[in-house]
Structure formats: structure tokens, C-alpha cells
Design a protein around this ligand. Structure first.
Ligand SMILES: Nc1c(NC[C@H](O)[C@H](O)[C@H](O)CO)[nH]c(=O)[nH]c1=O
Ligand SMILES: CC(=O)[C@@H](O)COP(=O)(O)O
Length: 173
């Protein structure tokens, strides 16, 4: 089902695992920040609505979507200082937030392919911390706006739900 057939912000809290003790990292690209900030807002609001403590949500900014790979890897390996200094416990999941909009050249295709493959690879490494793909790859700004708090909901909210579900899988195995 394409996004047009569903609302990205719809979820049922009663169907989710307990997220009260979860620690979530969010890496945010600064390219198209009008879109990525809305995605971040949607993700944080949903995480808190589902029981995640706001002090257990850790943010990192990177220049563009291609740098999401390095930023998420840094968080995974716990070298990032923001990870809970007191408990020194690793994160339970990471959300990668970006927005790539097609331009005049093939750069769009290479950035999208690179980020997709890079984030896929991060889900295969030894840290076992899942990285959620919250990268809008659209032909127009209007499509991105519709998916970051517009008529189709907010992909940031969808990513927050995925992060909670995957964190539970990580912690149960
Ligand atoms: N055109 C977009 C980019 N391009 C920048 C790359 O992501 C990267 O930062 C640069 O190539 C340096 O390594 N990034 C986006 O996130 N969105 C775009 O639309
Ligand atoms: C995805 C991009 O890097 C793209 O927005 C850059 O635009 P252009 O292809 O016109 O240089």
C-alpha cells in the first residue's frame, strides 16, 4: 500500500511494548531542515506519547542525509558523549531522519542509494542496535511536506513506532 493509502501518524499504543526504560537516539540531517525538523518533532512527540522519557531521547545533527550513516554508526558504538553518561548503557534504537529531494542531476539517485545501503549495513553490525530508516526521498518538496506533518501524516511518527518495536525485539533476544 502506498503512503496515499494510509496515514503515517496512525498507531495504537495498546499494541506496543513497554517503552518506559528505552533509550532512543535520533540523528537529524540539516539539509531541507524545514522538513527534517517536522519529522523530528513527529518522532519525539510519538516517542513521549508512547512512554519514552524525554531525557532518554538523544539527538545528533549531521550536514546531510549521506552523513546519517556516520552519525548513526557513532551513536551505535557508544562513542557519542550524549549517550546516558550516568548509566553508560547503550541505546535501544536509533532513528535516522533525512529528506532528499530530486534536483536536476543524478545526485539524488546516488545519495538515496548510498544512504539506503549504508543504513541497511548498520543494521547488520555487531552492536545489534537497530537503525530506523526515516529518510523521505521525494520528487518534490510538496510530497515531502505531505509526509512530514501534512495530509499523509508524519513519517517521523511512523519511525518512532518502528523504533519502539525494534528496540523490544533487540532487548528480547
Ligand atoms: N541534495 C540533498 C543532499 N545532498 C547532500 C548530501 O547528503 C551530502 O551531505 C553531501 O553530498 C556531502 O557528503 N542531502 C540531503 O539530505 N538532501 C538533499 O536533497
Ligand atoms: C539530492 C541532491 O543532491 C540534489 O538535490 C542536488 O540537486 P542537483 O541534482 O540539481 O544538483
Amino acid at each position: 500500500m502506498a503512503t496515499q493509502g494510509k496515514n503515517l501518524s496512525h498507531y495504537d499504543k495498546d499494541q506496543l511494548p513497554d517503552a518506559a526504560a528505552m533509550r532512543i537516539g535520533i540523528v537529524v540531517s540539516e539539509w531541507n531542515d524545514d522538513i527534517t525538523e517536522n519529522l523530528y518533532k513527529g518522532a519525539v512527540e510519538t516517542l513521549i506519547d508512547c512512554g519514552v522519557d524525554q531525557f532518554n531521547i538523544h539527538r545528533m545533527n549531521v550536514p546531510g542525509s549521506f552523513e546519517l550513516i556516520y552519525g548513526c554508526k557513532t551513536m551505535q558504538h557508544r562513542s557519542y558523549p550524549v549517550v546516558n553518561r550516568r548509566t553508560k548503557k547503550p541505546l535501544d534504537a536509533i532513528i535516522a531522519i533525512g529528506n532528499v529531494i530530486r534536483g536536476e542531476t543524478a545526485h539524488f539517485d546516488f545519495v538515496c542509494q548510498g544512504v539506503t545501503q549504508g543504513i541497511k549495513d548498520l543494521n547488520l553490525n555487531k552492536t545489534r542496535i537497530p537503525v530506523i530508516f526515516c529518510v523521505l526521498t521525494d520528487d518534490t518538496h510538496a510530497q515531502s511536506a505531505a509526509r512530514s506533518g501534512g495530509q499523509h501524516g508524519n513519517k517521523g511518527s511512523e519511525a518512532a513506532i518502528a523504533a519502539i518495536k525494534m528496540a523490544a525485539i533487540k532487548n528480547d533476544h
